[in-house]
Write a protein that binds this ligand. Structure first.
Ligand code: SF4
Length: 152
């Protein structure tokens, strides 16, 4: 509850620059990102996503190196303002917070944790990020069907 000191560092991009990394998408992500792209959701899903073996939509990766299609040459996210909630939730992923060892690994990988210019992120905010990450990981498999289910 005391929180953790963190500030994402400019031009870092380490958490995105991961060949084979998977970004799960929530239905809200699909609506927000497709609107940002100026496409309807189905067209955006076709253009910018792929499916996992179990059928969940995830962001596409670049064919040449397996890194997210939205990471630019300056190691910046080209859709930062509307980025998926799982990206926004990093480093507050359940798997990163599950054990001291996992958190230690995350701290080593992310220079934003305990950075000199960090500000304290409170426990409640961290919990909301953990929940958002969990929702994204659950994902969705068929756009119209899932949308109807969510609106019930
Ligand atoms: S690894 Fe940490 S500091 Fe670097 S871009 Fe990701 S969240 Fe920001």
């Amino acid at each position: 509850m005391e929180g953790v000191a963190f500030r994402c560092q400019p031009n870092c991009g380490r958490c995105c620059d991961q060949p084979g990394g998977i970004v799960y998408l929530s239905p809200d992500d699909a609506e927000r990102l497709s609107e940002h792209a100026g496409l309807d959701v189905e067209a955006w899903l076709e253009r910018d996503t792929r499916k996992t073996f179990d059928g969940r939509y995830v962001l596409k990766s670049r064919e040449e190196d397996g890194v997210c299609i939205h990471l630019n040459e300056q190691k910046q996210c080209s859709i930062y303002e509307v980025r998926p909630q799982q990206c926004k939730a990093f480093p507050w992923w359940g798997e990163n917070l599950a054990t001291p060892a996992a958190w230690g690994t995350t701290k080593t990988a992310c220079p934003g944790i305990d950075a000199e210019d960090a500000i304290v992120v409170d426990g409640q905010t961290i919990r909301l990020h953990v929940f958002a990450d969990r929702t994204s990981t659950k994902g969705f498999r068929t756009w119209p069907v899932e949308k109807r289910r969510l609106n019930r």
